[in-house]
Design a protein around this ligand. Structure first.
Ligand SMILES: Nc1nc2c(c(=O)[nH]1)N[C@H]1C(S)=C(S)[C@@H](COP(=O)(O)OP(=O)(O)OC[C@H]3O[C@@H](n4cnc5c(=O)[nH]c(N)nc54)[C@H](O)[C@@H]3O)O[C@H]1N2
Ligand SMILES: Nc1nc2c(c(=O)[nH]1)N[C@H]1C(S)=C(S)[C@@H](COP(=O)(O)OP(=O)(O)OC[C@H]3O[C@@H](n4cnc5c(=O)[nH]c(N)nc54)[C@H](O)[C@@H]3O)O[C@H]1N2
Ligand code: SF4
Ligand SMILES: [Mo]
Length: 705
């Protein structure tokens, strides 16, 4: 018997509504939900691969316990007992900090992990708390904290009403948007141009998104902060600073002006490769266009000066009066207010043991994890718990982590694949997968291009011998921390029991004598509810610091000399600069076991400009060796003039050829891991974010050795 179910694709930040048709226990069809107020029927090729995950024979459904060189299945009770016993013993012998935790990208897309998993991990009280934030958008959180008082007050470009989008270091045509929930973003970009607006893309590669832009400008990797400072300088120099409604609330104007003064467009042109006159025009265009926004993502945040760059993005929006204005850079107003629920964020309250990298929001940078494990001494990490992350492929110098993990006394992975990371675990606790759990978009709703609310129940009920992520986390908490009865009580209603009051307390909440959003109402409207376009939120939303915005907080000013030194650093003669690249049918490191996503030509290739290839005797399809100070990998070369000369590009998340995984499809399309050559010591020193982009590499024909 077939039935249809509304669900949400939780693979990326677009959160498309899907309609899943099921025949018995089989998924027979997945398509876009035309009645979803945000995605309106749009899906990308990944949504249908949710069926592959659901039916994947390699997906783990019962706990695995390591035994000799192999694994044996275990019951949940035994597995929980073992984990709790071992972690407790390590905590007793070596202290709380000896147990590290990692929450990966899958955590952000999982209601149970957000509501139960993360609070439980925090309750373990370890300083060695890590997440994919420090591999990704941490500079945005850092800017939100320092300018608006809360790490989650992150503005997004109001795409559907803007007339100018200046987009740096993002490839939304492939990524489907990030820190910007905007399904069918290609159509939204097209919309800008159709109403006479412009999209300017600034990227070292003429990406897939360039086809949807009015103009593409090449930029030398890692120099965005310089470009943005020069634009700030032009605004001041030409009297174009007009912050509008917010003008009377701004501090730090003089400091900002002085900082930017060091970066005339001519200096920036030299650094970035963008002509000085074009930089001036860009600043003028931003100031002149009533509805305009500057936006930057991963290419801007995961580089050596990501902190400064993310700050300057906000600064430019403020100076030109585009912050918190329709068509500009605006804040979401989510129905369940995650900003009210989450902590505002802290910075530098403690530092990592080995390198002294600063804490942010209670977490240490992932780039420090390997050294915290493999550097002997008091305070060494001895046990690791991962949830929804695959840091062996995702963290910088993943090879070092790969080598360090066997040195742990104990490791547990909450993951439904036996992959490059979880193979090192002593116990794997597999949670339910995407179609087996309910979903409400808690985190990303705050960065949505339109306010919406959508709750979906599971498509499939979980089997009696399966556990949700939140159940696993809660059970471990009660066994490790005690307080079992209380915690079990907490868990009785599941995430819904926490979501329901959050929705009622939220800005659209159902209250006495007022119609509004409640969980019951959302249950009755499984396509979701439209709550309208983004609204002005300032100054009311400014958290914990009155109603003023300091545009030049000290940590940024103190980081500026590093930018100057970085620009002056000499470059080796035959060096190239490595950047990353996302691909439509990949999802970071973990969807390569889906046959429909990996079919076709091998995709783990190095893009090289023909000029750079010629000098090295490389032709299309040749194998070449790419080396850094950290290691070397061999990859096939793809020649293209869509990349800036001197720059090469490789996708991340490949490298499935390691022994001991259970990913049969992925292993046949193994590729190599970019992070086997990225450098864990290369971080944005301000925020601790991994600097994947802008790595200096050498390239030569032939295989390694
Ligand atoms: N299909 C697919 N979608 C995804 C993902 C995926 O793996 N596959 N991953 C998801 C995740 S976790 C995230 S965080 C988002 C990321 O979403 P995006 O930020 O849109 O991701 P990328 O495609 O990596 O785009 C980064 C761009 O920055 C450019 N770049 C590199 N270095 C520099 C630089 O120094 N300056 C500038 N200006 N540009 C630079 C790169 O060429 C690239 O085009 O995507 C999400 N969506
Ligand atoms: N070189 C380079 N490295 C990068 C990047 C880059 O651009 N270049 N991008 C970085 C970015 S932006 C990010 S976000 C990280 C992502 O890196 P990670 O945080 O490692 O995330 P994924 O690679 O998406 O891996 C997700 C893991 O969660 C598991 N999983 C999937 N769904 C669930 C679930 O519901 N519950 C649980 N418990 N597990 C689940 C999957 O099996 C997989 O092991 O990579 C970073 N690494
Ligand atoms: S864009 Fe694709 S992967 Fe992202 S939510 Fe939509 S269907 Fe899923
Ligand atoms: Mo990410």
């Amino acid at each position: 018997m077939t039935s249809t179910h509304q669900h949400t694709c939780t693979l990326c930040e677009a959160t498309c509504g899907i309609t899943v048709t099921v025949d018995g226990d089989r998924v027979t069809d997945i398509r876009g939900d035309e009645h979803d107020p945000l995605s309106r029927g749009y899906i990308c090729p990944k949504a249908t691969a949710l069926a592959d995950v659901h039916h994947d024979p390699d997906r783990l459904r019962r706990p695995l316990v390591k035994q000799g060189d192999g694994w044996r299945e275990a019951g949940w009770d035994e597995a929980f007992d073992l984990v709790a016993r071992r972690l407790n013993a390590i905590r007793r012998a070596h202290g709380k900090d000896a147990v590290a935790t990692v929450v990966g990208n899958a955590g952000a897309h999982n209601l149970g992990i957000l509501l139960y998993g993360i609070p439980f991990l925090r309750a373990l009280g370890s300083r060695n708390t890590y997440s994919s934030h420090s591999l990704d958008g941490l500079p945005h959180l850092f800017a939100a904290k320092h300018l608006f008082g809360h790490q989650l007050l992150i503005p997004v470009p109001d795409l559907d009403r803007t007339d100018l989008l200046i987009c740096l270091g993002a490839n939304p045509a492939v990524s489907n948007g990030s820190f910007l929930t905007a399904p069918n973003i290609k159509a939204r970009l097209k919309g800008i141009r159709q109403r006479g607006g412009r999209v300017v893309l600034i990227d070292p590669r003429r990406t897939e998104s360039a086809a949807h832009a009015s103009e593409h400008l090449f930029i030398r990797p890692g120099t965005d902060a310089v470009l943005l400072l020069a634009m700030v300088r032009v605004l001041f120099a030409e009297g174009l600073v007009r912050p509008g409604r917010l003008a009377s609330r701004l501090d730090g104007m003089a400091e900002l002006r002085a900082a930017a003064n060091d970066y005339p467009p001519e200096v920036a042109a030299e650094a970035t490769g963008i002509p000085a006159e074009r930089i001036r025009e860009l600043a003028r265009e931003l100031a002149r266009t009533p509805r305009a926004a500057v936006y930057g993502r991963v290419g801007v945040t995961t580089q050596e000066f990501g902190g400064l760059a993310a700050w300057l993005l906000v600064v430019l929006n403020v100076l030109t009066g585009h912050l918190d204005e329709p068509g500009g850079s605006m804040f979401g107003t989510p129905a369940a207010d995650i900003i009210g629920l989450a902590k505002p964020g802290s910075f530098g309250t403690f530092r990592s043991r080995v390198r002294g990298l600063p804490e942010f929001g209670g977490e240490l940078p992932m780039a420090a994890l390997a050294e915290e494990i493999d550097t002997p001494g008091e305070g060494r990490v001895r046990a690791l718990l991962t949830v929804g992350g695959n840091p062996v492929l995702s963290a910088p110098n993943g090879a070092r982590l790969d080598a360090a993990l066997p040195g742990l006394d104990f490791m547990v992975a909450i993951d439904f694949y036996l992959n490059e990371t979880s193979r090192h675990a002593d116990v794997i606790l597999p949670p339910t997968a995407q179609l087996e759990r309910s979903h409400y978009e808690l985190a990303l709703a705050a960065m949505s291009v339109r306010n919406v609310a959508r709750y979906v129940p599971p498509v499939f009920r979980r089997g009696h011998d399966q556990r949700h992520d939140w159940e696993i986390c809660l059970e471990l908490a009660s066994r490790i921390l005690g307080g079992g009865r209380l915690l079990r009580l907490l868990g009785r209603g599941g995430p819904e029991a926490m979501l329901a009051p959050a929705l009622r307390a939220g800005p659209y909440g159902l209250r006495k004598g007022r119609r509004g959003i409640s969980l019951g109402m959302l249950r009755r409207r499984p396509h979701g509810v439209d709550l309208g376009p983004l609204r002005r939120m300032l100054p009311g939303r400014l958290a914990g610091k009155g109603t003023r915005i300091d545009l030049a907080p000290h940590p940024y000013l103190a980081d500026l000399p590093r930018l100057r030194e970085g620009l002056a650093a000499p470059r080796g003669e035959d060096e190239l600069i490595l950047i990353g690249r996302r691909q439509l049918r990949s999802n970071n490191s973990w969807m390569h076991n889906s046959p429909r996503l990996v079919k076709g030509k091998p995709r783990c290739t190095l893009l090289v400009h023909p000029e750079d290839a010629r000098g090295r005797g490389l032709a299309e399809g040749d194998l070449a060796t790419l080396s850094s100070t950290v290691g070397e990998i061999t990859v096939p070369v793809e020649l293209t003039d869509s990349i800036m000369p001197g720059v090469v590009s490789l996708p991340h998340g490949w490298g499935h050829g390691r022994k001991g995984t259970r990913l049969r499809v992925a292993a046949e399309h193994a590729g190599v891991s970019m992070n086997d050559i990225t450098d864990d010591t290369r971080v944005d020193r301000l925020t601790g974010t991994a600097a994947f982009s802008g790595l200096r590499v050498r390239l030569r024909a032939g295989t390694g050795g």
